[in-house]
Design a protein around this ligand. Sequence first.
Ligand code: ARG
Length: 467
Amino acid sequence: MKMWSGRVSQPLNANFERWQRSFRFDWRLLPYECVASRAHARALAAAGILSSGELDQIVNALQALEGRVAPGAAPGEPSDAEDVHHFVEQQLVAMIGEGGYKLHTGRSRNEQVATDLRLFTRDAIDELRAQLFALAGALCDRAEQLGETAMPSYTHLQRAEPILAAHWLLAYPQMFLRDAGRLAECRKRVNVLPLGSGAVAGCSFPLDRRAMARELGFDAISANSMDAVSDRDFEIEFLNALALVAVHLSRMAEDFVLYCSVEFGFVLLPDAFATGSSAMPQKKNPDAMELLRGKAGHIAGAASAVLLTVKGLPLTYNRDLQETQEPLFAAADATRDALRIAADFLRAVEFDCDRMHQAAASGFLNATAAANYLVRKGMPFRRAHEVVGRMVRKCLEQGCTLESLSAAERGEFSELLGEDFPAALELGCVIAEHNVAGGTAPRQVKAALAEVRASLQQLQEASFAHA
Ligand code: ARG
């Protein structure tokens, strides 16, 4: 039986009937629908609307239903349910008879779906935060293993200054920790209970909303029933946070795509994450990283889809809001899978440290250090820049390096270029010079690594206590 059969006299157009159903995707809300329904049943009983016998029957039936469906799997039984709310009602009635209908007293699917979606999003946030921490942890491990291996940094994708490879890898946990912070912020606004809002105007029975909130782990109850049944800000905020996660993953993936090419050769693609070409037998392609890069389009698209669905909707509930579910589920799934692949890839990837070192030691990456040498001897940087620029030009003509110029050759450029000049241009020296907090000097990188690990530890403990 439809949940609204009294009002209409004709059956639905068969195509429309199929088309408007949401059970095909909203079965994923089933565990949330069950716990939220249980809280509602208890509130009805406390308000004297259900007898304690009726309450027991309903609670037991909901528990049985929850237990019957494997977590994360669609319910096995064939169903003509319109949506997950209808499905639960059908199952209850099948289990306990007429009493099953009593659950739908003083409530509306409008508040139910808002509640279920908040519970889903809250769980997704907790899971994704744990995955962000795991990925950041994997990056820390690899950074630590790289020790003092040097590599070039890039600006404009041109070689810039030499850095520690660990410094490069440790840039990413910063992004992922910000992402986790954004999700934690978003969680505060997600964790507000809509139940008790009724269809639009608030429940007509004296339900204890705070008791329902406590039971379901919500920190607060919504303040306005009209807002509560029509608000999807929390989805949009969550999806935008995911879009940034995906963008960060795409940038990291792109670094790996570049660095595993022969042109860079810093990274050895693990066989377990590479594919071949059906046409070119010699090829090994970084598909894992390319797909990771590509996911950003799909995930950011979900954020736009929901934002545009909500735009211009009159208050309050409108069926359009059903369209926000699929992008929400798809983006949460895609982000979860992408984070898992990224962490697995990072654990498996190998680095060609010699090649990185060579690239950092050539190509005049110590030119800035040469100018800084002159600055320390008293020359204004602008002049020093000019002098070193001319020196580089000469070296390019002669096919030599700045540090291999003889004392006499150096002397033609500036008498400030002393005996200690070649030593100051050694790779280790150049890197160690960047000795400010956040810089690439080995002691700074070591401190940064320890700091990231400490934050991770703290965050993991805090979210464990939370869950
Ligand atoms: N499947 C619906 C949705 O996702 C549930 C709410 C239906 N409410 C209604 N008044 N038709 O939005």
